[in-house]
Design a binder for this molecule. Structure first.
Ligand SMILES: Cc1cc2nc3c(=O)[nH]c(=O)nc-3n(C[C@H](O)[C@H](O)[C@H](O)COP(=O)(O)OP(=O)(O)OC[C@H]3O[C@@H](n4cnc5c(N)ncnc54)[C@H](O)[C@@H]3O)c2cc1C
Length: 642
């Protein structure tokens, strides 16, 4: 079945919809399947095409996702890395510290570390050329929504931007290919009541629901299963973005699940509070998405991961609303249902409202940095800090590759050596302390609390660092490391313009296996790339981002130059999958915070075991026997066994 171009959309008037309804009955999944497999399909195809390409919509809201985000890359539409007239890299727009500034070292870094030739370009296709599969309209469901006054649209542009997250596959599909299957309809509930009505209607008319928050998933969690023949609805939480109440006695806040992280935090800050949950995607990810993926933020040492912050949650399932009948700090009442909802990835229902802990804004927030002669020194330091339980709000260790990469993103006048000069000189580091440029690594930290507490934490941390040959690198360098977090997410788009494929992935691992795992995975990435025919230098780097009593979270970046490869995405898959196998062989987990989605599904059975899978299936069958929440994440569920 041929897809239709985006430009083919036509708006239907309300009266025209009546005729459309009649004809669209012919476009049932069954008939579509017949058309797909019939060798004599052309007449039927064109008849269906003209019906299906017609727009049906009601009260469509104006949404940030449609208005200010890129349709085929990361982040804001006005922010992207580009080359200026002198061939140097700049970040467009005015949203970030480095926006509008020249980064003279970044292009040479790309050339040296990934073999990029800036005259070899792999530009993205224009949006108008993306081929969009026509929607499967479940007309009874659509009419029902209209009667209920619920906002919806089957317009291609609304459907496309809700069909993906931000994996390499997602971006390649948008830039160079076309989607096989995307949501057929987008709905925008305004309240929990509307979510209940949509879910009930989905059960009645046998429609699939895929909830979407910020769309920042990096696990293919938002992708529609290609073989789904029912109409798929993307349930966009964008209008459910309000704080419902704030309780400054018990330090709790309840908000609708669609609230975007940065907005939530800004509103809390204005009242003198913080939630403390800061994933690197906080600009766009949502409260409901955090719960749904079991997210982790950079300041989890002080505030905890999302499971530590969650106090109460409402979930609308086909079976009804799940909610605990009290909002208490802890409860001993059997297995904790919250743990079933955390990480459920949209497979059980829609998270509508969430109560989380909040904290008074810290009096002081201070950054810091420490350089170490080698990755091993840095990891040993982290291990000791965890043992003494004196980790500051955030503590991150980048390996040498990332340290160098970070330097390449600096404005020339801010290079590490310039800033380091007030504390020590390059000479001091390299000659006196004996650091080697191609071995040294850096830790960055954030201290939060009262002035005395921050001073004490700093003193203790730096004293431990000294035992591991750490040299204090200063506040500016620490702050820079965290600022880079947001800009770095835009780098892949620049790389993709020049044939680079890149991805990040993460794991959790016991302390005694950290060094081995990091070394082996990096080596494996390089080896796999080379044996798959990559002719250029390969980026394989990692950082330790979270510390726990018994282990750490390790986050990898890898990238390679696809020039000359006939199946670049296949090579990418091969490297990514081999790296995950290696992680597991080295004692790591399939994910620390990105979740499973469909990307890491094949490793779930070996992670949770056969009995574990059957428990998960039983929960799913109990709550959603028709498999309405059929996004295919986590494990494979069949329709009801009844
Ligand atoms: C640049 C970048 C940085 C990132 N940094 C981090 C990080 O530091 N820490 C971290 O944990 N993750 C990180 N991620 C991953 C991602 O941001 C998280 O998984 C995030 O929690 C997803 O939230 P979202 O609102 O974007 O959810 P979406 O991407 O919209 O959805 C993710 C999954 O949750 C489901 N879902 C969303 N909302 C609901 C709801 N209300 N009810 C039921 N199901 C729902 C969806 O169906 C889907 O299965 C990063 C991703 C990127 C691209």
């Amino acid at each position: 079945m041929g897809p239709v171009p985006l430009a083919g959309d036509m708006t239907l008037s309300h009266s025209a919809l009546k005729g459309d309804y009649r004809r669209s009955k012919d476009s049932s999944p069954f008939n579509r399947a017949m058309v797909r497999f019939s060798p004599h399909f052309s007449f039927a195809y064109f008849a269906l095409y003209s019906v299906m390409a017609q727009i049906q919509e009601h009260n469509v809201p104006s949404s940030y996702r449609d208005n200010i985000l890129k349709w085929n890359g990361w982040g804001y539409e006005d922010s992207y890395f580009q080359l200026n007239k002198k061939g140097q890299v700049t970040l467009s727009g005015a949203r970030y510290d480095m926006s509008g500034q020249v980064l003279p070292l970044l292009r040479p870094w790309f050339e040296e570390n990934l073999g990029v030739d800036m005259s070899y370009k792999t530009p993205a296709q224009p949006r108008s050329q993306v081929k969009i599969p026509e929607p499967i309209n479940n007309q009874e469901f659509i009419d029902h929504l209209r009667n209920l006054g619920i906002s919806f649209s089957n317009k291609s542009q609304h459907r496309l931007v809700r069909s993906h997250g931000h994996t390499m596959h997602d971006m390649s599909m948008l830039r160079y290919g076309g989607p096989q299957r995307i949501p057929d309809l987008v709905v925008w509930p305004k309240s929990e009541e509307e979510v209940v009505m949509i879910t009930q209607a989905a059960c009645k008319f046998d429609v699939v629901i895929i909830p979407i928050g910020g769309g920042t998933s990096v696990s293919n969690a938002l992708e529609c299963p290609e073989d789904e023949t029912r109409s798929i609805v993307s349930l966009d939480m964008a209008l459910m973005d309000r704080i419902l109440w704030l309780d400054d006695t018990n330090l709790l806040c309840r908000a609708q699940a669609g609230i975007v992280g940065q907005s939530f935090e800004r509103q809390l800050n204005a009242k003198g509070f913080t939630c403390g949950h800061e994933p690197d995607s906080i600009e766009f990810s949502t409260l409901g998405g955090w719960v749904s993926t079991r997210a982790s933020g950079m300041k989890k040492n002080k505030y905890g991961n999302i499971e530590d912050l969650l106090v109460h949650v409402n979930v609308v399932t086909p079976k009804g609303l799940i909610q605990r009948q009290c909002q208490v700090p802890r409860i001993s009442a059997g297995p904790d249902l919250h743990q079933v909802i955390l990480g459920s990835e949209g497979t059980l229902g829609v998270i509508t409202e969430v109560t989380v802990k909040i904290f008074p804004l810290p009096e002081v927030k201070k950054f810091g940095s420490i350089v170490f002669p080698s990755f091993k020194h840095g990891v040993d330091f982290f291990r000791e800090v965890a043992k003494q339980r004196c980790q500051p709000a955030s503590l991150r260790l980048v390996d040498n590759e990332q340290f160098i990469m970070g330097q390449s993103m600096k404005l020339e006048q801010n290079s590490y050596w310039k800033q380091l000069a007030s504390y020590c000189s390059k000479l001091y580091i390299t000659k006196w302390k004996g650091f080697e440029i191609n071995q040294m690594v850096a830790a960055t930290c954030v201290f939060e609390g009262g002035q005395d507490q921050v001073d004490a934490e700093e003193r203790r941390l730096y004293a431990i660092a000294e035992q591991f040959h750490g040299v204090i690198g200063g506040e500016e360098n620490g702050q820079y490391g965290y600022r880079l977090t947001f800009a770095i997410a835009y780098l892949r788009d620049l790389g993709m313009e020049y044939g680079i494929m890149g991805e990040s992935f993460e794991t959790s691992v016991p302390w005694d296996k950290v060094i081995n795992l990091c070394r082996n995975v990096k080596q494996l990435i390089r080896r796999e790339a080379e044996s798959a025919g990559v002719k250029y230098p390969v980026l394989a780097s990692c950082r330790v981002t979270q510390v726990y009593d018994s282990g750490a979270c390790v986050y990898f970046y890898f990238g390679f130059n696809s020039r000359g490869l006939s199946n670049a995405l296949g090579v990418y898959d091969r490297i990514e999958s081999a790296a995950r196998d290696e992680i597991i062989a080295c004692g790591g987990s399939i994910s620390h915070h990105h979740g499973i989605g469909k990307l890491r599904k094949k490793w779930v059975p070996s992670t949770v075991g056969e009995v574990g899978i059957s428990v998960l299936k039983s929960i799913k069958h109990e709550l959603d026997p028709q498999n309405i929440f059929a996004n295919g994440n986590l494990i494979d569920f069949n329709r009801s066994r009844l």
